[in-house]
Design a binder for this molecule. Structure first.
Ligand code: NAP
Length: 284
């Protein structure tokens, strides 16, 4: 087996696969100062979108993402909000719309874990995860949909009035002992996403999700930062490599684009086959 890097992939390849795909569109990505959100913000910008980069505590990291996008000729702005605060989300959305003119693409991505065995889990741990991972997505989507509905289809940039790409997880379908708050939040995201897709389709708003498998970010460092941990992780990944944040960014660009115009209400798993029950590869 080739040795895999066990450091963060902070230097994303300067690939511009389809620069015109999102040209003229405006996007907001939450939790975009780190990991998957950062890569999605950069990916959307490389495809031509202007991007609002949300952060909660890491303003410096958010400004760095903005600078990286601008250095490549893109346009980006850092916007503060704790996504679990209704007031913060309303203020963030108003500010992003004022700065960019409107919003066409929302990627509610901010998320966290507070792990504990069920019997030891505090109400604070439960509430924190649900309020950021699930309620936070609801609040951002609600405010974005108001803008999509106010404005309708911008025929010069897209055939849809708006695109929402929820960041879910393989744990919307794979049970996860010791992480019941996280698994419940992602299961909730799944049914929220599908119900929204059904509700909003007549307004030409598409709502989908991405279900990442194991992606190399700070949220799961202990799962990949030693050779032993990496080898253990590979038991769960048929494709035998960890995912990189850019793998998720590529999926987000596709789902946000008109190439995906007939895709509504799905979770696109980007997981190297993790949802294919790898334990059964040798007969179960
Ligand atoms: P990460 O690097 O830890 O990023 C999480 C982001 O969420 C950070 O930018 C964080 O900001 C932000 N955030 C946390 N609480 C927030 C709040 N209240 N308001 C606004 N932003 C907040 O982890 P990641 O792996 O990129 O995770 C991104 C998303 O992907 C999450 O929804 C996660 O569940 C999902 N996911 C990740 C994996 C994986 O293997 N990495 C797999 C499946 C799903 P601060 O850093 O400032 O706190």
């Amino acid at each position: 087996m080739t040795t895999q890097p066990t450091t963060f992939n902070t230097d994303l390849p300067k690939r511009r696969p389809m620069p015109d795909l999102l040209s003229g569109q405006k996007a907001l990505v939450t939790g975009a100062n780190s990991g998957i959100g950062r890569a999605v913000a950069i990916g959307l910008a490389r495809a031509g979108a202007e991007v609002a980069v949300n952060y909660v505590v890491g303003e410096e990291a958010a400004q760095k993402v903005v600078a990286e996008i601008e250095a490549e000729g893109g346009r980006a702005h850092a916007v503060y909000a704790d996504v679990s605060s209704e007031d913060d989300v309303k203020t963030m959305m108003a500010s992003a719309i004022e700065t960019m003119g409107t919003i066409d693409i929302l990627v509610p991505n901010a998320g966290l874990q507070r792990d504990a065995a069920a019997v030891d889990m505090t109400l604070e741990q439960w509430n924190k995860v649900i309020s950021v991972n699930l309620t936070g997505q609801f609040l951002c989507i609600r405010e974005a949909v108001k803008e999509f509905n106010r404005r309708g289809v911008r025929t010069d940039v897209s055939v849809a009035a708006g695109k929402v790409i929820c960041m879910s997880s393989v744990h919307e379908v794979i049970a996860w002992a010791g992480h019941i708050n996280y698994a419940a939040s992602k299961g909730g995201v799944h049914m929220m996403m599908q119900s929204l897709a059904q509700e909003l389709a007549p307004q030409r708003i598409r709502v989908n999700a991405i279900g990442p498998g194991a992606i190399r970010t700070p949220i799961n460092t202990q799962a990949w930062n030693t050779e032993a941990a990496y080898a253990d992780l590979m038991r769960l990944v048929p494709y035998k490599r960890i995912g990189e944040p850019e793998d998720i960014a590529n999926a987000a660009v596709f789902l946000a684009s008109d190439m995906a115009d007939y895709i509504n209400g799905i979770t696109l798993f980007v997981d190297g086959g993790m949802t294919c029950y790898p334990g059964f590869a040798t007969g179960g």
